[in-house]
Design a protein around this ligand. Structure first.
Ligand SMILES: NC(=O)C1=CN([C@@H]2O[C@H](COP(=O)(O)OP(=O)(O)OC[C@H]3O[C@@H](n4cnc5c(N)ncnc54)[C@H](O)[C@@H]3O)[C@@H](O)[C@H]2O)C=CC1
Ligand SMILES: O=C(O)C1=N[C@H](C(=O)O)C[C@H](O)C1
Length: 268
């Protein structure tokens, strides 16, 4: 079988660095190109810079050249960056694995539309543990549907720009779907002042930002007399990067369609 030619964008970012390392360490995958923004200080440097390797691949801002001969582009950047890469990949027939979070409804719709022409894996979290947690939350929500207040607490590093995390929002959607609720109307994002008693139909979110926390998520089911907590803690970005490269390999010959990490892990 021929090698999978991967393009990593946001190459100098926290996830970009981890993705380059994961690509270099994965048999069957080849680092085809590494991209950064035109104003990046990393342009012209070897993509192995951050892991002390020499790859022979130079970090570039030339997207058109990078897509020539590429099989798949992995994007963990920002919504506006992703949507620009999406348009280029769609035009060039290059598959995508998208890990960026913080999209609005229009951004998500654009990804779904592009997936009619190219195959895409789009997931808020590529760790195996978090995806198992999504399944555990379905069971917990069913069993604890009555009398339990549901709160989602997430903590991330000081540099994270979106809140709540994409993973926390996905957890909220999984719970709301299981309970037959609409997250758009039942979510409460933080509390302050005289809030009144808790509405039992709400799903609360609390966000913590600080230091170098890679990614912690806890869902609290609290009743009168007992509490259940389901938690996941990531301690390395390699967890997400390895999951994204796994998703890239899983896409294989699929020419179109929108998938998530639950598809990759056969958890559906
Ligand atoms: N789905 C998952 O498993 C995970 C998702 N993420 C998400 O990945 C994204 C990136 O996270 P980090 O690597 O920590 O961020 P970062 O700030 O370290 O890196 C962002 C990268 O994107 C590039 N970038 C920013 N704006 C851009 C634009 N408009 N066009 C093109 N490139 C642009 C930057 O130059 C940088 O290389 C975030 O949305 C984060 O929430 C992070 C970890 C896991
Ligand atoms: O920005 C991050 O770092 C992370 N973002 C993702 C999210 O928003 O859920 C996944 C992970 O928790 C790390």
């Amino acid at each position: 079988m021929s090698e999978l030619n991967l393009v990593i964008v946001g190459a100098g970012g926290r996830m970009g660095r981890a993705l380059i390392e994961s690509t270099l360490n994965t048999p069957g995958c080849r680092l085809h190109a590494a991209l950064e923004r035109a104003d990046s200080p990393f342009l012209g440097q070897d993509a192995g810079l951050f892991s002390g390797q020499t790859t022979g691949v130079t970090i570039t801002a030339d997207l058109a050249a990078a897509l020539q001969g590429a099989d798949l582009l992995i994007d963990f950047t920002r919504p506006e960056g992703t949507l620009a890469y999406l348009a280029a990949c769609r035009a060039a027939g290059v598959k995508m694995v998208i890990g960026t979070t913080g999209f609005d409804d229009a951004g998500k719709a654009a990804i779904a539309e592009a997936a009619k022409e190219i195959s895409i894996v789009f997931a808020a979290n590529y760790s195996v543990g978090v995806n198992l947690t999504f399944k555990l939350l379905e069971v917990a929500s069913r069993v604890l549907a009555d009398g339990f207040d549901i709160e989602i607490i997430e903590a991330h590093h000081r540099y994270k720009v979106d809140a709540p995390s994409g993973t926390a929002l996905r957890m909220g959607e999984v719970i709301a779907d299981t309970l037959g609720r609409d997250l758009k109307t039942c979510a409460v994002y933080g509390r302050e002042g005289i809030t009144g008693e808790r509405d039992p139909n709400t799903i609360g979110f609390a966000t913590v930002r600080g230091g170098d926390v890679v990614g912690d998520h806890t869902v609290l089911f609290a009743a009168l007399g007992e509490r259940v907590e389901i938690s996941h803690k990531a301690s390395s970005r390699a967890t997400f990067a390895n999951g994204a490269v796994r998703a890239a390999r899983w896409l294989g010959d699929k020419t179109s369609g929108l998938f998530d990490m639950q598809d990759v892990l056969q958890l559906k």
